[in-house]
Design a protein around this ligand. Structure first.
Ligand code: GTP
Ligand code: MG
Length: 147
């Protein structure tokens, strides 16, 4: 099994879409193994988006992600990284397919509701950045045999 880091961004919290977004992942069969609600510090935001430091939109990205609380969580399941990325849809919601989170609920490339790790390396790095090991719970559900 694989773990991936996911976050409902400030626009998702503001719009009351945390439950809707979590529900989609739960119904797909992914397991929530960690979660927290927090206001992101500038330092954490800059570390999280370090790969974009040189991009022209970096400053906007950091101020957006620190502009309000986020819901950060870790999902576990077979191929979780790829499955979550596909459920999120393309980065620019205007290109995202209907049926994806961005394709159903967003229009702005900045306010695109969710983040999900884009590779094994990012997932490992981001999970370690956002959660302490003891905040991640290892368990199996009875229903996992049916998914
Ligand atoms: P994240 O899950 O948030 O990392 O999105 P992503 O992996 O689909 O996209 P990427 O990592 O390439 O970019 C990170 C974030 O920067 C995106 O979610 C966008 O909000 C923002 N972003 C990416 N490209 C652009 C751009 O060309 N212009 C602006 N304004 N924002 C951008
Ligand atoms: Mg990304």
């Amino acid at each position: 099994v694989e773990r991936t880091f996911v976050m409902v961004k400030p626009d998702g919290v503001e719009r009351g879409l945390v439950g809707e977004i979590l529900t989609r992942f739960e119904r797909r069969g992914l397991r929530i193994v960690a979660g927290k609600f927090l206001r992101v510090s500038r330092e954490l935001a800059e570390r999280h988006y370090a790969e974009h430091r040189e991009k022209p939109f970096f400053e906007d990205l950091v101020s957006f992600i620190t502009s309000g609380p986020v819901f950060a969580f870790v999902l576990e399941g077979e191929d979780a990284i790829r499955v979550v990325r596909e459920m999120m849809g393309r980065t620019n919601p205007r290109d995202a397919a209907p049926g994806t989170i961005r394709g159903d609920y967003a229009l702005s490339i900045e306010k695109n509701l969710v983040h999900g790790s884009d590779s094994r390396e990012s997932a490992e790095r981001e999970i370690a950045l956002w959660f302490r090991p003891e905040e991640i719970v290892d368990y199996r559900r009875a229903v996992d045999a049916w998914i």
